[in-house]
Ligand binder design. Structure first.
Ligand SMILES: C[S@@+](CC[C@H](N)C(=O)[O-])C[C@H]1O[C@@H](n2cnc3c(N)ncnc32)[C@H](O)[C@@H]1O
Length: 264
C-alpha cells in the first residue's frame, strides 16, 4: 500500500486519493475549495434517481410569483436556474455562492439563459458567503437546496433568520436540508442497486465521489463543526422566527432530509 502525507500531516492512501476516495476530513476554512472540487462532478449527479426525485419535489413545490425576484442561495452550478424561472415566472433571479468553481459554471448557465430569453429576464450571479453576508432583496421567493446543513456551526438558523428578514410579506422560503441522526451513506447502501440501474454509467464516478463528500461532512458533523437540525427543531425554528404555513413537502434521500416550504 502506497501512502502520502497531506499538508495537515495525515497519512493518506495513494490509490484512494487518485480515485477521489480520500477519507481525510475537510477543515472549515477549506470549505470553498472543497466545493470547488465538488463542482467538477456535481452536474453528473443530477441524473441519479435520488437527486432527480429531490429536484422534482422541490420544483413542484414552487408557487408562481410572476414578475418577481427570486434568490437561489448556494446556487451551485446554476443547474436549476431555468426550471426555477419557469416555475415561478419571476423576471429576475439572483444566484449566490462562495465557491469560485461553482460560480464560474453558474455564470455560464446565466449567460446561456440570458441569450435564450433576452432582456425580459435578468439572471445575476454573485459571490457571497451566506454566513457573512446576504443579497439585498426583498425577494418574492428564496430557495436553498442542500445548503443549510453544510454551513458551519448552527448557521442553518441563519438561513431561516435572514430569509425572514429579506422575503416580502406573503413570499416563500423553500429549503431542502439533511437532518441530524440519519446516515445517507447507510441508507444509500440499501438503495444502491436502484440508484445504479437508474443512472447512466457516466455518473458512477460522481456517485463514488459524492459518497466521499458525505463521509467528510459526516466527520465535520461528528466533530461538532457542523450541526444538522432535527426535523421538529427545524420546523419549529421557522415558526419561532415568524414564518407561517410551514409545510414539509416531502422527504429527500430516503428520509435523511426534508423539503420545507414556509410563507413569510
Ligand atoms: C450541495 S451543493 C447544492 C447546490 C445547488 N443548491 C443545487 O441544488 O444544485 C451546496 C452549495 O452550497 C454552496 N455553499 C456552501 N456554503 C456556502 C456559503 N457559506 N455561502 C455560499 N454558498 C455556500 C456550495 O458552494 C455549493 O455550491
Amino acid at each position: 500500500m502506497i501512502n502520502m502525507i497531506n499538508k495537515r500531516g495525515e497519512k493518506m492512501n495513494l490509490k484512494k486519493l487518485l480515485l477521489g476516495l480520500t477519507d481525510g476530513a475537510v477543515s472549515l476554512d477549506e470549505l470553498p475549495q472543497f466545493w470547488d472540487e465538488y463542482a467538477q462532478f456535481y452536474e453528473r449527479l443530477q441524473v441519479v434517481p435520488s437527486y432527480r426525485d429531490l429536484s422534482a419535489l422541490l420544483l413542484d413545490a414552487l408557487f408562481p410569483c410572476p414578475g418577481g425576484l427570486v434568490h437561489d442561495g448556494g446556487c451551485g452550478v446554476g443547474y436549476y436556474f431555468a426550471d426555477i424561472l419557469d416555475r415561478t415566472q419571476a423576471v429576475k433571479l439572483i444566484g449566490t455562492d462562495f465557491s469560485p468553481e461553482m460560480l464560474k459554471r453558474a455564470r455560464h448557465s446565466a449567460n446561456k439563459l440570458s441569450q435564450e430569453c433576452g432582456a425580459a429576464l435578468m439572471v445575476e450571479v454573485k459571490h457571497i458567503d451566506l454566513v457573512q453576508d446576504w443579497p439585498r432583496g426583498p425577494f418574492d421567493a428564496q430557495i436553498f437546496q442542500l445548503v443549510a446543513n453544510f454551513l458551519p456551526g448552527t448557521n442553518w438558523k441563519r438561513i431561516i433568520d435572514q430569509s425572514y428578514r429579506t422575503t416580502k410579506p406573503d413570499g416563500y422560503l423553500y429549503t431542502t436540508t439533511m437532518l441530524a441522526g440519519l446516515s445517507v451513506q447507510e441508507l444509500a447502501k440499501k438503495h444502491i442497486l436502484h440508484e445504479a440501474l437508474g443512472s447512466p454509467l457516466a455518473s458512477y464516478p460522481a456517485m463514488l465521489k459524492a459518497r466521499n463528500t458525505m463521509k467528510r461532512f459526516n466527520k465535520l458533523a461528528s466533530n461538532g463543526h457542523i450541526t444538522q437540525p432535527c426535523k421538529q427543531e427545524y420546523i419549529a425554528y421557522h415558526r419561532q422566527v415568524g414564518f407561517q404555513e410551514v409545510e414539509v413537502i416531502g422527504e429527500a434521500f430516503w428520509g435523511a432530509g426534508i423539503v420545507v416550504r414556509a410563507r413569510r
